[in-house]
Design a protein around this ligand. Sequence first.
Ligand SMILES: [Zn+2]
Length: 489
Amino acid sequence: MTSTPRDAAAVVLLRHNANPANPEVFWVKRNENLAFLGGFHAFPGGQIDASDAEIEVANAPSREAATMISGAARELFEELGVLVVRGGDLLTNGQRRSLLDDLESGRMTWPKLLEHYELHLDAGDFTFVGRWITPPFSMRRFDTWFFLVNCPVKQEPLVVPGELSSGEWIAATDGYERWLTADITAVPPTLHALKTLAGGISPDLVDRFLSVPQAHGQTVNRIEFRPNYICFPVRTPTRPPATHTNTYLVYNSEEILIFDPGSPYEEEQRALAAGVDELRAEGRVVKMIILTHLHPDHVGGVNALKKHLGDEVTVAAHEETATAISEVPVDHHIQDGELIALNGEPSIQLRALHTPGHARGHLCFHDRDRGVLLTGDNIVGLGSVLIDPPQGNMIDYLKSLDRMRAIPGLTILLGGHGPAMITPYQKIDEYLNHRLEREAKILAAFQRGISEPAEIVAAVYTDVSPKAHAMAERSVIAHLEKLAAERRL
Ligand SMILES: [Zn+2]
């Protein structure tokens, strides 16, 4: 089951008196410690409050639009201290700060605050520029309305460190350039806004914002966390909380690599084929379909895609994977250390790393020039990694994590499920520590005389819902195998 997106609003804030040919916009950086899109660049915004609907917004085209505008105005005020209201021209900076304090301390609700100071919102100050829905690869999903807003003359946005770590004015072309050079990571609507504003402020600006179907709530399935790397989530019969597997399309001017076309569902296969065809229509050919490992949610769409592309397309995987999936013919066995290079521009070379643990034939792929690591199911952006013997092996898994940890210069992890992770070493350490903590607890339980895996689960996995206990039992068995092999039991 995919979670229902929650209503949210965000503001693309334009600087007063900026160059219309290359306007400046205020972007913020999300705190790196946030579980959801930590470290990403974004625009101020957030979830709609129930009280947002209580406010009258002059000239709003509908009640729904009024609520969204109210939420956008409130979020902008809470996150950056910028208050876009009518009737507030005489407020001093100090007064605005005390208003913000009233709001944040809960002394006054947003509707009460506007009423008390005789301020009102006007839809004319908030130009609707799109409605984007978070792709279904995330547990937290939003149906976000974006508004273009001019920053009032005498106000200067200020980020209070917390959920956001910083914020700054940036020329749209510079922001877009920083994405092109892999200096920042942003979600599709942010990127689209930067690209659109980089085209300058012209009479057709709003039309350009709204020119893509994703700006009207249509599924976003082409997510570029890095240039030349498309994350394309497809619905699969995978392990909750994940509902989708990330297929990756890595491409340059001439060739395309397709990783893990995992969906067995026809509709999803058609969507992926259409995505691949878009790249092919621009003159590229598919070099290879590559499988990170054998699990059904990573290989379920290979045969259909191969049929679509023509049988000459090579399917490649580790030998351990190839021999385990008789239903999917594998043409090429990828060895540890093998270099897969694309013909064309820019140069893209991926080094295969045999990283067993989650599965015996598990492969990761490292792009040294860009610091990108495709982690398959060894590290994921959503949910946890199951180590299920005999395919799963805890000794191998921890060794593989160590090996990944030792790769220098990583800037991003692209996992088999969930959003990208842009604090690679922090993430890998989290995984290592988590496993070692569990192991210490399992060992302690064992030493207290609890030896049945199910009983160990009950004693150790107190933070995990009983629904997940069967899975946890597999992990306990994997840990016990490791401890036994290390003669620690
Ligand atoms: Zn898997």
